[in-house]
Ligand binder design. Structure first.
Ligand code: GLY
Ligand code: MN
Ligand code: MN
Length: 422
């Protein structure tokens, strides 16, 4: 759990970045319709949640900074028994005042009115530029002296780069559940017939352990399907002699996990599968070993490209001089994606890769990123030895940067060939 004290600290840190004479507004996520009269399960906006810890819909967090002080106000849905009968209990204004350490709590309906009241003398308006303009435009009208708008999300995104001890604990909890799910998949793949059955086994473990949801739609891709990077239909047969790429991770108390394992359906790798798998595994481990404060993600990217390219030449997938192949980006055909990304409240955590001056941000203790090298060989690629075609392999771990180097948060999700086979 994230304590109220920590939310207060986050708001203070955010408030410090605001100039006097400004207002910052964060809105709760909008519910999303799935089809007529049915909605997707509600998921709070990550930035709003990061600063408030409030999970309900129709809510807002407002910062008002004058040259004297910065105050924060929460807006929540008021109690309404007739509506609560349908959509569940609401906390309401009075209880929110007790629970949340803000200067005051108002009903969400009062947002415009309060903006008018606070807006006097306010020149700068900070809000998330990803927000729908239709929601923001009427609010802007309440700020009569408004001169400039700024992206509040950028400030939060920088703060979200460094995870607190409590956040790391939640990521570890998400990973403990995800570990159980992947291990279950390894145990039961040979008894199942379709990818979606395996998906069900993974997601059963997520739900059974109190994870709110998957952190992203699970990818369960057998054989050539693994060569579609965002394959989510998961409706192919599990073919006995093939591999399955499983990219699945749960979200626990709003924090993501993001794990890929590639396993043989039958439980045993063939010789060709082993050759490719060992290459990706060696690269996964070599890149993780490089992680320490000060190193750049682009250095990890470059090294992963070099190692994979070199390995592919050895296996006869690429032909020629490694430096020239790298220069020509020939390896990109088989390793087209990045080595990894920030992870936290969002699986692709909305944090910057560059500082305010446009310079790449080096890794620092407290950052969490994925390391996920892969090789993807299409079934129709005649330039590659036949034994490697239809194979797609990715091995993805979640890594915490520490003062001394790194902690592999997913170290105990098995990935060695022998461990997977047993
Ligand atoms: N599961 C999404 C990713 O690996 O980036
Ligand atoms: Mn990832
Ligand atoms: Mn992934």
């Amino acid at each position: 759990m994230i304590s109220q004290k920590e939310y207060t600290k986050r708001r203070r840190k955010f408030a410090k970045k605001l100039p006097a004479g400004s207002i910052a507004l964060f809105l709760s996520a909008l519910p999303k319709e799935r089809s007529n009269d049915t909605e997707y399960p509600y998921r709070q906006n990550s930035n709003f949640y990061y600063l408030s810890g409030f999970k309900e819909d129709n809510a807002a967090l407002l910062f008002v900074k004058t040259d004297k002080a910065c105050k924060s106000y929460l807006f929540v849905q008021k109690k309404e028994p007739a509506m609560e009968l349908w959509t569940g209990k609401r906390l309401g204004v009075e209880a929110a005042k007790e629970l949340f350490d803000v200067d005051d709590v108002f009903s969400f309906e009062e947002l415009r009115k309060q903006l008018t009241a606070f807006g006097n003398g306010i020149q700068s308006f900070y809000y998330d530029f990803k927000e729908d303009e239709g929601r923001i435009a009427p609010l802007k009208q309440e700020l009569k002296n408004l001169r400039s708008c700024h992206n509040a999300a950028e400030i939060v995104a920088r703060a979200r780069l460094i995870k607190s001890a409590a956040e790391i604990k939640l990521i570890k909890k998400a990973l403990a559940i995800t570990k159980e799910a992947h291990h279950r998949a390894m145990q039961c793949s040979k008894e199942l017939s379709y990818e979606y059955e395996l998906q069900a086994e993974l997601e059963y473990v997520f739900k059974k352990n109190g994870a709110y949801s998957d952190a992203y739609t699970s990818i369960v891709a057998c054989a050539n399907a693994a060569n579609t990077l965002h394959y989510i239909s998961n409706d192919n047969r599990l073919l006995k002699k093939e591999l399955i790429l499983i990219d699945a991770g749960c979200e626990y108390e709003y924090y993501a996990s993001d794990i890929t394992r590639t396993i043989p359906v039958s439980g045993k790798f063939t010789k060709a599968q082993k050759e490719l798998y060992s290459l990706v595994l060696d690269v996964n481990k070599a890149i993780i070993e490089m992680i320490r404060p000060g190193i750049l993600r682009s250095e990890l990217q470059e090294k992963s490209e070099e190692l994979l390219c070199r390995g592919m030449v050895k296996l006869g997938i690429l032909h020629g001089n490694v430096s020239e192949l790298l220069e020509a980006k020939a390896h990109k055909k088989y390793y087209p994606h990045g080595i990894g990304h920030w992870m936290g409240l969002d699986v692709h955590d909305e944090c910057p890769y560059k500082d305010e001056k446009g310079k790449e941000i080096p890794l620092q203790a407290g950052m969490v990123l994925t390391i996920e090298p892969g090789i993807y060989i299409d079934q129709d690629d005649k330039s590659v030895p036949k034994k490697y075609r239809s194979i797609g392999i990715r091995i993805e771990d979640d890594i915490l940067v520490t003062k001394k180097g790194f902690e592999n948060l997913s170290f105990d999700i098995v990935k060695e060939i022998k461990e997977i086979e047993s």
